[in-house]
Design a protein around this ligand. Structure first.
Ligand SMILES: *Cc1c(COP(=O)(O)O)cnc(C)c1O
Length: 398
């Protein structure tokens, strides 16, 4: 048995079987490459699901975490800590928001965003039946609140009615949102670019229309930037490209680049009427180690102009994917922005992904028929070329 096989067999005995994992045991990484327990090299075009933007073994990031581990890892939120305070200031500056609450995951950031919106409405006029409009085909996480606004019935069906008072509208259809609004609507939540649902960017008219609609009626616009934010579309946050600003937003995934940290942020106008002492909390959220991770990530983004790098190389990735679409009939669509793009196939993509793995390329799906391209944001042209060669070969050999 190979080392990988030993761990796979052990893992299948004890890990709860909630994932159909690929038979790969990843061991270490360098730059945009990962190595399995038997030393096989993979070009990584999945980045741990749009997380590891800076590439593996980034020295600035690793050293910052090591230093903070030796200094202080955890304090609780009963006290202040400098890394979280500095990270909060930076995050507000780059997002245009005013206040931030750090969480340990994206899902928790969504929970906080939902609670913030409900509390805002409650402060204006106490009631227990405020409604939130979410989008069909959306993904916001797996806890009961986040699941309740996730527009995929399959994820929800076994878990009861959820938090209630959620209405679903069609993504990119402003009339559908208009029709769902009632006097009880307190918030509209949407990804700026739907990820898990299959890489669907918001149309400009839709997002600008949503912003207007929400402003007119003092409904809060919550943008989930957990996957599409942090430079992935070539903008620090995807909504920047649309020239609008949400009232509440969420971030996670690349925010900690591997260290588990998320955040929900809001404008001062919302904060004034929203969560107050006692309304929300987290033991770990925003601890010094998480703060140090966010600081290191944001410093590296600025130092290396990560968003600029994505904008510069986007045409290169787009052209290659467009060319795959024209070469192969089974590719039916190409969508996305920046380093968050997708190819839709007329067949399930599982076998294509597995064959790419055999050739040393990690790709992930977004739904059964869509391959999602979410590489570390530091990839260079040569890596895009290599991805193209491997994927083309795999598709030719089918
Ligand atoms: C991944 C994701 C989440 C959930 O984040 P976790 O860190 O897995 O809890 C929520 N929203 C979007 C858009 C995501 O891509």
């Amino acid at each position: 048995m190979s080392t990988s096989e030993v761990y796979i067999e052990k893992g299948e005995k004890n890990l709860l079987h909630t994932y159909n994992r690929f038979p790969i045991v990843l061991d270490h990484g360098k730059g945009v490459f990962l190595y399995d327990a038997d030393g096989k090299e993979y070009l990584d075009f999945s980045a741990g699901i749009a997380v590891f933007a800076l590439g593996y073994g980034n020295e600035v990031y690793n050293d910052a975490l090591k230093r903070q581990i030796d200094k202080l890892i955890h304090t609780s939120n009963l006290y202040y800590n400098a890394p979280a305070v500095i990270a909060a200031g930076e995050l507000c500056r780059i997002s245009g928001m005013d206040r931030v609450f750090f969480t340990n995951s994206g899902t928790e950031a969504i929970e906080g965003a939902i609670k913030s919106a409900l509390k805002y409405a409650f402060t204006k006029k106490p009631a227990d039946d405020y409604e939130i409009i979410a989008m069909e085909n959306s993904f916001h996480g797996r806890s009961m609140g986040a699941l309740s606004v996730t527009g995929n019935a399959h994820y929800r069906e076994a878990f009861g009615t959820g938090i209630g008072h959620i209405k679903f509208a069609e993504f990119n259809n402003l009339d559908s949102v208009k029709n769902a609004i009632t006097d009880k609507t307190c918030a509209v939540i949407t990804e700026t670019l739907q990820g898990e649902g299959g890489i669907y960017p918001a149309d400009e008219g839709f997002l600008k229309g949503l912003r207007e609609l929400c402003s007119e009626r003092d409904i809060l616009l919550i943008l989930d930037e957990i996957q599409c934010g942090m430079g992935r579309t070539g903008y620090m946050f995807a909504f920047e490209e649309y020239g609008i600003k949400p009232d509440i937003m969420t971030a996670a995934k690349a925010l900690g680049c591997g260290f588990p940290v998320g955040a929900f942020l809001m404008t001062e106008r919302v904060a004034e009427k929203s969560l107050k002492p006692g309304d929300h909390g987290s033991t770990y959220g925003g601890n010094p180690l998480a703060g140090a991770a966010v600081m290191a990530v944001l410093d590296e983004y600025e130092e290396k102009d990560i968003a600029g790098h994505v904008r510069e190389l986007t045409p290169c990735l787009s052209e290659k994917l467009e060319s795959i679409k024209s070469e192969f009939d089974i590719v039916t669509a190409h969508r996305g922005k920046g380093f968050m793009q997708g190819l839709e196939f007329s067949v399930p993509v599982g076998d294509i992904i597995r064959n790419c793995q055999k050739e040393g390329l990690l790709l992930i799906s977004a739904g059964a028929n869509i391959i999602r391209f979410v590489p570390p944001l530091v990839i260079e042209k040569e890596h895009i070329d290599r991805m193209y060669e491997i994927l083309t070969k795999v598709l030719q050999d089918r």
